[in-house]
Design a protein around this ligand. Structure first.
Ligand SMILES: [Zn+2]
Length: 244
């Protein structure tokens, strides 16, 4: 079962790569079939096997020899590992589906934000609708908690954006609102705290090691994604650890 879940993660990861590449360009994620981003040649089945294609093609297009971005195998492995981990701690139930969907959305958002410094509204709207819908079925987050999560998640970042004069982007505010609806109030607060701590530490390290200067833009979306995934998977553990 673990192997099946990991393979499922690799396949979904391969689809997430399509989303990461096409959504910012406003292209359909279903049609047309995948082509090489460099020569435009249509990719066959053997070019599209997650992870293995990249290894056998040695990271190059079989038609034009252009290098394939390392992002492709990276997204596939990350998705595979996150899916596997969610399955191990959660088991096979309805919550698994919700966590898979939420993790997938966050992986797409993170890589798009890293590459294009945007968080597309389409993805946020999709996250909000699926989050609320899935919560109705999984029943682990009530409607009121979901609504408060949305208000507090989005509201906190909106206040920071106003106070700081725009250091927080509109995309971040909307994303955290949608994730707050997914998580419910208490986990949303935890997700925010973790995002700020991680963003603070990593932002500081990037500046100390002169990888980024103080004036550089550092996308916050990936930190929100990381904070949300950690809060989603480890809420109970973190609260118990804190109280002890
Ligand atoms: Zn090519």
């Amino acid at each position: 079962m673990e192997i099946l879940i990991f393979i499922l993660g690799l396949i979904i990861g391969s689809f997430l790569n399509v989303c990461i590449y096409r959504i910012p360009k406003n292209k359909s994620i279903i049609n047309p079939p995948s082509t090489c981003g460099s020569c435009g040649e249509k990719l066959g089945f053997l070019d599209l096997v997650p992870l293995l294609s990249y290894i056998f093609l040695k990271g190059k297009c079989r038609h034009c020899g252009e290098r394939i971005s390392l992002r492709y195998p990276l997204v596939e492995i990350i998705t595979g590992l996150i899916f596997l981990y969610i399955y191990i701690i959660n088991g096979l139930n309805l919550l698994l589906l919700k966590f898979f969907v939420q993790a997938s959305i966050l992986i797409v958002v993170s890589f798009i934000d890293l590459e294009y410094q945007i968080i597309p509204d389409k993805i946020v709207a999709f996250a909000l609708i699926t989050g609320i819908t899935l919560n109705i079925f999984t029943k682990d987050v009530g409607a009121f908690s979901s609504l408060l999560g949305l208000a507090v998640g989005g509201g906190t970042l909106l206040i920071i954006a106003i106070i700081s004069g725009g250091a927080m982007g509109g995309g971040d505010i909307k994303l955290m609102g949608a994730m707050g609806a997914f998580l419910g109030l208490r986990a949303a607060v935890l997700a925010l705290l973790i995002s700020f701590i991680l963003g603070g530490i990593i932002g500081l390290l990037l500046i100390v090691f002169k990888i980024k200067s103080r004036k550089d833009y550092i996308p916050f979306g990936p930190f929100l994604a990381l904070g949300t995934i950690i809060a989603m998977l480890f809420y109970d553990e973190i609260i118990i650890w804190y109280l002890l």
